[in-house]
Ligand binder design. Structure first.
Ligand code: SDX
Length: 428
């Protein structure tokens, strides 16, 4: 099979190399196209355009495959831990016992944030959305660790920045929540594991003992694993393009948090619950909302449905759906919104509109139901997504830097006015 593609334009032929990935994916390398032909390509939303070559995550949207460094999401969710998956995604291999112990210890040593962060936090009104607070606080880390501003420093320095970010994000996330509910801050307790420490900082009080429910901590750990990375999604691409200008990891991840916030991306988990609650308040007629989602004159979309890559099923959604049943049963919770979600899924999946467009529940459809069961407030759902996605953002940024990817600067097709003379004010 030819490893070249031919473009014939204006009577001329252009041969473009075809690159093949380790899973047989093929791409036409157009890096020389403009120089040879004057042509560029255009692909709004980059639906058919690869931005890089990456060894972190493999997705097959048709087969519903998701693997991190070759390991399936099903095995990782079932057998690993979020900290271990973070190590795998960032450094490329499953850690040995000693490597994992050292990684955990490094993270534990850096969970505290500078006391001056509290002054920044105090500047936010209690109605501030936690995602906006989190993005700001992550960017503020550059002020406390100015060496992080130069990503070209030693590997040790860069790894120190990586460890600090992994360690401090749960603290910053919990404090963003405390700011929302105007409760006193709870400092990290380094005797607790990653998820237990976060839950205690979120729901505990400085003056009281907080009892960790292992069902809740284990469910949260699994949810974070399921969000760890997802190749070149909107927020990961944002982290890459910001980092490609040699901006710091903190600045790049702060931008990634902002991108994730949007309801078409990570913000969908909050939008799903709000949608399900609206359907419930409106009498629970799911068929009415499926019809609205199909009506092109109606801006309503079924949040938590559809995906740019998965056109059969999102493997994460399947795992989360099962986990939702298990968690609700273990906690003895009967959430009517879960029944609406299950009915909505059943109705939509039989509908030709959804079948024709490959629209299935995605990672955000059921995750909110678990977060609710764990007692996490709705506007913290996307913060939980950010906590889970952090190792993926770090891995993508690190790979982009190590591969020496150039600064991201797409071209465009200009559609504005042609040249015209300036018009004096008295002639306008
Ligand atoms: C995440 O990229 C990733 O990997 C993201 C993510 C990750 O882990 O990082 O998986 C996390 O962001 C999951 C997606 C969360 N977003 C939502 O649940 C919001 C609702 N879904 C969408 O708006 C939409 O499905 C997207 C944004 C997810 C995907 O949009 P695409 O690929 O650009 O598809 P499209 O908007 O071009 O839609 C194709 C067709 C259109 O109809 P036609 O013009 O062909 O008639 O499908 C329709 C759309 O109108 N459609 C929907 C729909 N999603 C797509 N119709 C109703 N409800 C929906 N949810």
């Amino acid at each position: 099979m030819s490893d070249f593609a031919e473009i014939i334009y204006d009577g001329k032929s252009y041969q473009l190399p075809v690159v093949e990935g380790s899973e047989g994916e093929k791409a036409i390398d157009i890096s020389k196209l403009r120089g040879a032909s004057g042509l560029i390509t255009i692909d709004k939303g980059f639906k058919n355009t690869g931005s890089t070559e990456s060894a972190i995550t493999f997705l097959d949207g048709e087969k519903g495959i998701l693997r991190h460094r070759g390991y399936t999401i099903e095995e990782l969710a079932d057998k690993s831990s979020f900290i271990e998956v973070s190590y795998l995604v960032i450094y490329g291999e499953l850690p040995t016992q000693e490597e994992l112990a050292n990684f955990k210890n490094d993270i534990t040593q850096h969970t505290l944030v500078h006391e001056d962060v509290k002054s920044i936090l105090d500047g936010f009104p209690s109605k501030a959305h936690p995602m906006g607070v989190l993005s700001s606080l992550v960017s503020s880390l550059t002020a406390f660790y100015p060496k992080s501003l130069d990503p070209n420093r030693s590997v040790e320095e860069v790894n120190g920045t990586i460890i600090r970010l992994l360690a401090k994000l749960p603290t910053l996330a919990a404090w963003a929540f405390k700011n929302r509910v105007r409760q006193p801050l709870v400092y990290p307790n380094n005797n607790l594991d990653y998820c237990s420490n976060f839950l205690r900082m979120m729901f505990g009080l400085p003056t009281e003992e907080y009892n960790i429910n292992p069902v809740v901590a284990n469910a949260l750990d699994k949810l974070l694993i399921l969000h760890a990375d997802h190749e070149q999604n909107c927020s990961a691409s944002t982290v890459r393009i910001v980092g490609s200008s040699h901006a710091s990891l903190y600045a790049s991840v702060s931008a990634g948090i902002a991108a994730l916030w949007g309801p078409l991306h990570g913000g969908a988990n909050q939008a799903v619950i709000e949608m399900l609650e609206n359907i419930k308040a409106d009498g629970g007629d799911v068929s009415k909302y499926v019809a609205k989602a199909k009506d092109k004159s109606d801006p309503f979309r079924l949040m938590g449905f559809g995906h740019r890559v998965y056109k059969n099923f999102d493997p994460r959604a399947r795992i989360i759906k099962k986990a939702a049943d298990d968690v609700l049963e273990a906690l003895g919770i009967d959430d009517p919104v879960l029944e609406i979600a299950q009915e909505l899924e059943a109705v939509a999946l039989k509908d030709q509109y959804f079948i024709d467009r490959g629209l299935y529940p995605n990672v955000d459809f059921y995750s909110g139901i678990i977060y609710r069961a764990l007692g996490i407030p709705t506007d913290m759902f996307t913060v939980m997504f950010a906590l889970g996605r952090l190792p993926g953002w770090i891995a993508q940024w690190k790979e982009m830097r190590e591969n020496g990817d150039p600064i991201g600067r797409p071209r465009q097709v200009y559609t504005g006015h042609n040249e015209r003379p300036y018009v004096p004010m008295n002639e306008r």
